[in-house]
Each structure stands twice: as structure tokens, then as C-alpha cells.
Design a protein around this ligand. Structure first.
Ligand code: NI
Length: 464
């Protein structure tokens, strides 16, 4: 019984074990099946995303090509279109249909430009390259031609084509009727005119030179400009390439004494609203005694009244700059009025001193983009106001400058007040005691001052 019992129970155990193993196998099979199913599901998913991506790429390509086409349509000129696709790159060429292209703007050159761009890119990203001949009517008988290559690349993250680069060749201008390219000779016409231009160029180099005595021989021996010189015409300018010459070496135009020591402490005295026949000469005496060069922002109408004083200011090495003719607020003037203000001031100063002012300080410091464009010269403001025009008190001017002086500062004063002139000697002594070297505005800013910028101090300038 016992034995039987034992056998029975062993067999039951055996059976139990077999069932357990069975289950294990089934579970394992199920897991394998699940993995296989999941795997193929993911694969299907992947293929699906891939397909979707390709579809979106194709769709975006169509959208971009349409955009390019509608831009082209806006030009209102009939164009031939060639489109080709190679691997990931689509290339389109637009060339004008019924217009004869000038020599330097051929279809072959356009294709070369696009091929170069393609070579330069060497990207595996999908790209669209658009090469076109741009034609623009500039005036009644004037047309311009230029080659243009735009390069669009696929941005996989944003899923759009983005314009990443665009290149234009310099435009060629032609006469609409004859199709002839406009040359320097057509504009200048004669040898006499060309020589007249040469004189203007020589005068300009002379005026801009920091050390005219160093370049005088080279300037006088400057080779004659001929129509063989390279000339590039555009409706706004004619560029004439000068022959290689010592004059064009910038170091010949720059005097060593001009460079300020970087470690120095500099400050500039500026005097507005003069010259006055009484106070300005007295100021000049003081500046001569103290061996200081200042900058005088003169009014044209006062320069006209006191030409001898203007001449003396120039001869004693001070800088003359323009403060307009009659001290209006320049931003409130019409373009013509503003031009006249600048012209008349320059003329009065030039007639008195033989010098054309380079820098301009607008009355009240009032300037905006439009007036800065018309003036076309550096605008000089200030960052230290002596307030002499309001206090009209000698001690107050001395104290004010003493307390507000700063490195690279431009000090605003007026040479028309006796109280200011009385202060200047002490102002100079105090500044020197504080370690400043006193320089003119041009010395302080060096060659850096540019039109369309305003300068408040040596290191503070802002685009207008
Ligand atoms: Ni003023």
C-alpha cells in the first residue's frame, strides 16, 4: 500500500513536472512570437515613416518650385525654363526669351556658375539650385543684366527647403536700343573730360593726404588715365581703376605723427557758434600760449563776417569744422534747405581759409538718418557739456569741466562768450594736471570717423 501510494504520488509528481515544462515552452514561444510580431510591426512602421518623409520632401519640393516660379512670373519678362534632376539635386535655369543677352552674360556662363556652386556645395542633402539671368529696366534706354544663383537646401528638422545662399554677378548695363554695353568712354566722351577727371582725382588725393609734402612728387608724376583703364559703369557711379602707383599705397597717405599712443589719456576742446571778431582772437592767444590745438565748429554766417579770424584759426593749426550756416535745427529742414545750409557754410569757410571742413556738428546735436545722409560727413557730438551757454560764469565752467572730464571725452564750449574764454586757460591747466593730453577731434578719432555715424567721444560712436 505504502509502495503503491508512493508510486502513485511519484507519477503524479512526474505529471505535474511535465505540465510545468509544457507551460514554460508555451510562454517562451509566445514571447518569441510577440518579439517577432513587434519587430515586423516596427519595420512596417519604419517603412511607413520613411514613405511619409519622402512624400513630405516631394511635397515641399513642389511648394518651393512653385514659389520660385511665381517670383519669376512677377518679373513680367518671358523666360525659358529648363529643369533637370540628378540624384538629390534639382536644377532650374531661367533665361529671358526674346532678349538678346550682352556678351558678358551668356547662358553658358550661367551654367558654369551653377556648376561651380554645385561643386562647392558637395552636400548629400536634397538641394534646389536656381540659375537665372536677371534683367531690369533702369531708365528709358538703360537695362541691366546680371547672373544669379540661388541655393535651397532641405532642412530635415523643419522639413522645408531653405534658401542658404545666393550669388549675383556685378550687373552689366546696356543701351536698350542698341544692346551695346555702357562703357566709361560713353559716359566721359572725350580725352579733355578724362583729363579734367584726372585733375579732380589728384586734388582729392592731395586734400585727403595727411602729409602732402611726402606725396607731392608722386602726385604730380601720376600716370595719365586713359580709356584703357578699367572702368565700371553703374547708374550711380563710374569706377576708374588707377594704374599702380605709390599714391595708392595707404602708408604713403598716412603720417606717423598722427597715430596717438594707445596708452595716453586724451580729451578734445571744441568751440561752437563762432568765430567772433572779439572773443575768438583772445581765445586763440590763450591756446597759442598753452600750445593747445582745439576744434572750432563754425557757423558759415559768422565765418563770412570774420574771414581773418577763420584764416588765423586754420593757420595756427586748429581744426575747423562745420556747424551749418545759420544754426537752424537741421532735422526740421527740407532736403534743399539742408543742402544749402551745408553748402553755404563750407563755401564761407573755404573762401576765408582755403580749407574744406570734414566734420560736422549739427546745431543742438539734432540729427536723424535722412539729414545724416544728406550731410554725408561724420557727425561730431560731445559727451562733456561745460554748460557755458547757460551759466555764463567763468568759475562754473571751470568747475563743471573739472568734475566731468573723462578719458576720450569731447568737451562742448562756445567761443562767443567772454566768460568761457576767461575759463579756458584754467580749464587747460586743470586737465593737464589730471594727466590729459589735449587734441583736436580729428586727431582723437584718427581716420576712423565715417559719414552716417555720430561720435560722442573717442570710443563712443553710434550709427545714425
Ligand atoms: Ni550751436
Amino acid at each position: 500500500m505504502y509502495e503503491n501510494h508512493e508510486r502513485a504520488s511519484r507519477s503524479a509528481r512526474h505529471q505535474k513536472k511535465a505540465t510545468k515544462n509544457h507551460r514554460k515552452i508555451i510562454i517562451a514561444l509566445l514571447i518569441v512570437l510577440a518579439v517577432v510580431l513587434a519587430g515586423s510591426y516596427l519595420k512596417v512602421q519604419q517603412v511607413e515613416t520613411h514613405r511619409q518623409k519622402a512624400a513630405r520632401l516631394a511635397e515641399q519640393e513642389t511648394v518651393t518650385l512653385q514659389k520660385i516660379q511665381s517670383q519669376q512670373d512677377r518679373s513680367k519678362i518671358a523666360f525659358d525654363k529648363q529643369i533637370s534632376k540628378e540624384k538629390q539635386a534639382t536644377t532650374i535655369f531661367y533665361t529671358p526669351k526674346d532678349i538678346k543677352l550682352p556678351e558678358d552674360v551668356s547662358e553658358a556662363q550661367l551654367k558654369e556658375l551653377v556648376a561651380n556652386e554645385q561643386e562647392r556645395l558637395k552636400t548629400s542633402k536634397p538641394t534646389i539650385l536656381v540659375g537665372q539671368v536677371n534683367v531690369a529696366k533702369i531708365a528709358e534706354h538703360l537695362e541691366s543684366f546680371a547672373l544669379n544663383v540661388a541655393n535651397y537646401q532641405w532642412n530635415g528638422n523643419k522639413e522645408v527647403f531653405e534658401k542658404v545662399d545666393e550669388k549675383n554677378t556685378a550687373p552689366i548695363y546696356t543701351n536698350t536700343e542698341t544692346g551695346e554695353k555702357i562703357t566709361g568712354k560713353m559716359v566721359i566722351e572725350s580725352q579733355e573730360n578724362l583729363l579734367g577727371i584726372q585733375q579732380v582725382i589728384q586734388q582729392k588725393i592731395w586734400d585727403q593726404s595727411k602729409a602732402p609734402d611726402k606725396i607731392i612728387d608722386a602726385l604730380l608724376d601720376m600716370p595719365r588715365i586713359s580709356f584703357d583703364n578699367e572702368m565700371v559703369y553703374s547708374p550711380k557711379s563710374l569706377h576708374i581703376k588707377l594704374p599702380k602707383n605709390d599714391l595708392i599705397d595707404p602708408s604713403a597717405l598716412k603720417a606717423e605723427e598722427d597715430a596717438l599712443d594707445e596708452n595716453g589719456k586724451y580729451i578734445a576742446l571744441t568751440f561752437d557758434d563762432g568765430p567772433s571778431p572779439t572773443t575768438t582772437p583772445r581765445l586763440l592767444d590763450i591756446l597759442r600760449d598753452k600750445q593747445v590745438h582745439a576744434t572750432f565748429f563754425m557757423l558759415g554766417q559768422n565765418a563770412q563776417e570774420a574771414p581773418d579770424v577763420v584764416k588765423r584759426v586754420h593757420e595756427e593749426g586748429h581744426e575747423i569744422a562745420s556747424h551749418s550756416y545759420s544754426h537752424p535745427q537741421l532735422t526740421a529742414l527740407s532736403s534743399e534747405e539742408l543742402q544749402k545750409e551745408m553748402h553755404d557754410a563750407d563755401k564761407a569757410i573755404f573762401e576765408a581759409s582755403g580749407f574744406l571742413p570734414k566734420n560736422v556738428r549739427p546745431p543742438y546735436g539734432a540729427i536723424d538718418t535722412k539729414s545724416a545722409e544728406i550731410i554725408g560727413r561724420p557727425i561730431i557730438q560731445w559727451n562733456i557739456d561745460s554748460l557755458d551757454w547757460t551759466t555764463k560764469n567763468t568759475q562754473a565752467v571751470i568747475d563743471r569741466v573739472n568734475q566731468t572730464a573723462q578719458d576720450g571725452g569731447i568737451i562742448l564750449m562756445h567761443d562767443i562768450y567772454p566768460t568761457t574764454v576767461d575759463a579756458v586757460g584754467t580749464v587747460i591747466d586743470n586737465l593737464r594736471n589730471q594727466g590729459y593730453q589735449i587734441v583736436s577731434v580729428s586727431q582723437m578719432l584718427g581716420d576712423k570717423a565715417k559719414p552716417l555715424n555720430q561720435y560722442f567721444g573717442q570710443t563712443d560712436h553710434r550709427k545714425i
